[in-house]
Design a binder for this molecule. Structure first.
Ligand code: IPE
Ligand code: IPE
Ligand code: MG
Length: 245
């Protein structure tokens, strides 16, 4: 298949693409707008990308929308990010259901308003039969997730629900926030920053990394296809050697 001049092999698309949507604030500043205008535009772009995936049919798309570190931003911005997330979920939930999208949530509900929690739970529940997963990574920190998993493991051992002899890399995953979501194949970060910022640390252990210079509000399906094209040129060895080389 071909999009925007990029030939993509449909049999070699990633199973899970995860986005670090970065650069909303800078996008707004460049236009002499308040940072929140950048967040608003950022959510529109996210919808465009999810809708474009109807062409690609990638089974899992994750998007980092709020990190545990983002609580340190000014309260007005935190408040706006929370309200915006709730509003977008509300507006978009019916359309997700119609488009066969399953809404998933990776993160904790700690510190979120009961109203926002209800909105997330409603979206999860009412889209549960969907096939294509849209996973919002919200109020999330990768280190926190691993510590929370360790705590759940200890409790399970204490309650005789889990035996230490059975602990392995695979079995540990049942204690993560979203154990049914597979590893990240392709991690895309916009805005030119080249760091992970505490995002899906466990799940991205062997992800291919792609850094786009575009600010997230300027990111388009064409840029997504450029990233996928680049991904398909790579050789994923997973530590092995290719006997043909
Ligand atoms: C990413 O954009 C969105 C969130 C972190 C919620 P930023 O708000 O980090 O934008 P920059 O990096 O300041 O431009
Ligand atoms: C990462 O972006 C978090 C999200 C995109 C939600 P940040 O802008 O918060 O990360 P840093 O500060 O550049 O590491
Ligand atoms: Mg940023």
């Amino acid at each position: 298949m071909k999009f925007f001049g990029y030939s993509l092999d449909p049999t070699r698309l990633p199973r899970h693409v995860a986005f670090i949507m970065d650069g909303n604030g800078r996008w707004a500043r460049q236009r002499f707008l308040p940072r929140n205008e950048g967040h608003k535009k950022g959510y529109e772009v996210l919808k465009t990308i999810i809708e474009f995936n109807e062409n690609l049919k990638i089974p899992y798309i994750s998007a980092y929308a709020f990190s545990t570190e983002n609580w340190q931003r000014p309260p007005e911005e935190v408040e706006f990010l929370m309200t915006m997330a709730g509003r977008v979920i509300d507006e978009y939930v019916d359309s997700m259901r119609e488009k066969n999208i399953r809404f998933c949530y990776t993160g904790t509900f700690d510190g979120l308003s009961p109203e926002l929690i209800r909105k997330f739970q409603h979206a999860i529940e009412s889209t549960r039969k969907g096939k294509y997963v849209f996973n919002i990574v919200f109020n999330y920190g990768g280190k926190r997730e691993i510590v929370d998993a360790a705590k759940k493991l200890v409790v399970a051992i204490q309650n005789n629900q889990f035996s230490l002899e059975n602990l392995s890399e695979n079995s540990f995953e049942q204690f993560l926030y979203s154990p049914d979501i597979p590893p990240v194949d392709l991690l895309i970060r916009t805005s030119g920053e080249q760091r992970i910022s505490n995002f899906l640390l466990w799940q991205s252990a062997y992800a291919e990394l792609y850094f786009s210079r575009k600010l997230w509000p300027d990111f388009r399906p064409k840029d997504f296809c450029a990233a996928l094209f680049d991904y398909q040129k790579r050789k994923r060895r997973f530590g092995k050697i290719d006997p043909k080389e």
